[in-house]
Design a protein around this ligand. Structure first.
Ligand code: SF4
Ligand code: SF4
Length: 427
């Protein structure tokens, strides 16, 4: 066993031994609530890792991989756990070890090491999907079984991806960039891949809302935040992407780095963890992480422009896990929504419970993802709201598919897009 593997195992052991087996985590775990299975709750997953560390079972065994792979890493268990066992982190570290032992499937290797670091290639991939959707080739690929190449449930989950536009946010934004008279703030806008490729209209709304708040917007040339490889245990790729982003963001003359993607924001705040053993990057990573703010957090902290028009509608809100637990941002989006005149806010039961999207979880565990989503949809529909607002493009995709599947008369929207609508209605 290499020294770094030994070190990681020791770290894992110290996290695992905090669990006292009380079972309070059952109250917060979406996979346990959906299945009732002990190996799908924090206590069961931590017990598996303890057994691996004590040599009773092998990390590579299929059952173990399934128990770890079905963890959404939503961190809800930790909020219910008296000794604060960080199960999401334990699972992440165990999967990292698994990748070191078994290697990575070739598709993931190509995506994480070839496509994500290369913005041009990523845009081309987005264009290819747009072309396939626009021409019907997506259906042809499905009937030929080509999408099964992506593995597990990917061929069933492709309908979750909304129709892509022909232009990315980065292609659309330059035409609307302008100087800000009486500028009060300047921010670097971190455009995540989801916003860039899937929801370019969200990027435009974000820039308009920032402009309405006397904020100049710079759009740095960043790459993927690094979350996808982290989720699959490929920390080497995550560090490579993070280094590129840190090189671009460090030292920018801005008041904050903002993002409208909960996942990107949480990942950037975690950059220092990636560089714990890298003196050259650790300090820069800390500086960049300290500048990171969710766009709702930024707006709620500044002198907010409250000249908003009326939106006579009802809105409920879904807390993305990467916002509410990883960044501790939950009051700010609610405060912004409630500031819109005419808008009636309706809190949903379990608003902070994971929607089952969890990055690409819906691609790998389609059925479980849908079960978790069904619970969310039930709670949302009880509010009777017209809009379901949230703060993450990944959640937007998952929730939109849920609304469609459950035939609910609700539109999924980003908090910023509702603010943008309200500004456009101002007299
Ligand atoms: S609540 Fe925490 S300490 Fe208790 S069983 Fe669950 S993970 Fe272990
Ligand atoms: S991180 Fe989420 S899915 Fe995983 S054990 Fe904890 S509550 Fe359950």
């Amino acid at each position: 066993m290499s020294t770094s593997t030994q070190h990681s195992m020791q770290e894992l052991a110290s996290l695992v031994e905090k669990c006292n087996r009380c079972g309070f985590c059952q109250a917060g775990c979406p996979t346990y609530k959906s299945t009732g299975l002990e190996w799908q709750v924090s206590r069961g997953r931590v017990a598996l890792v303890r057994n691996i560390l004590e040599g009773r079972i092998e990390l590579q065994e299929d059952d173990v991989r399934e128990a770890l792979g079905t963890c959404l890493r939503c961190a809800a268990c930790t909020t219910h756990c008296p000794p604060q066992v960080p199960t999401a982190e334990i699972v992440e570290k165990a999967i990292e070890q698994l990748v070191q032992i078994k290697g990575m499937p070739w598709v993931q290797r190509v995506v994480f090491r070839g496509v994500l670091p290369n913005k041009g290639l990523l845009d081309t991939s987005g264009k290819a999907v747009w072309f396939a959707q626009a021409t019907g080739l997506q259906g042809a690929a499905r009937s030929l079984g080509l999408t099964k190449l992506l593995g597990s449930d990917a061929h069933r989950a492709q309908d979750i991806l909304p129709k892509l536009g022909s232009k990315t946010a980065r292609q659309l934004l330059p035409s609307m960039m302008r100087p800000i008279p009486n500028r009060k703030y300047r921010v670097a806008y971190f455009i995540g891949c989801g916003t860039d490729l899937v929801f370019p209209e969200l990027a435009m709304a974000t820039v308009r809302v920032l402009y309405a708040n006397s904020t100049e917007v710079l759009v740095p040339n960043v790459v993927d935040c690094g979350k996808p490889p982290t989720a699959y245990g490929d920390m080497e790729s995550a560090r490579k992407l993070a280094r590129t982003n840190i090189d671009v963001l460090f030292g920018m003359d801005v008041d904050a780095i903002v993002s409208d993607c909960a996942t990107c924001g949480s990942m950037i705040r975690e950059y220092p963890k990636l560089f714990a053993n890298d003196e050259q990057y650790l300090e820069k990573a800390k500086a960049v992480a300290a500048m990171m703010k969710d766009v709702s957090e930024f707006l709620a902290a500044i002198e907010f422009n409250d000249r908003l028009g009326d939106l006579k509608t009802t809105v409920t809100y879904h807390d993305p896990c990467h916002l509410v637990r990883y960044q501790k941002v939950s009051a700010q989006p609610r405060k912004l929504l409630k500031s819109i005149p005419g808008l009636e806010f309706k809190e949903a039961v379990e608003a902070d419970m994971c929607c089952g999207g969890a990055g690409s979880f819906f691609l790998t565990h389609y059925d479980l993802s849908k079960k978790v989503l069904a619970r969310k949809m039930g709670n949302v529909s009880k509010t009777g709201a017209n809009f379901l607002a949230t703060g993450c493009p990944g959640c937007m995709m998952q929730l939109s598919s849920g609304v469609k599947q459950h035939d609910l008369p609700i539109q999924v929207i980003h908090t910023i897009q509702l603010l943008d609508q309200a500004y456009s209605m101002a007299k």
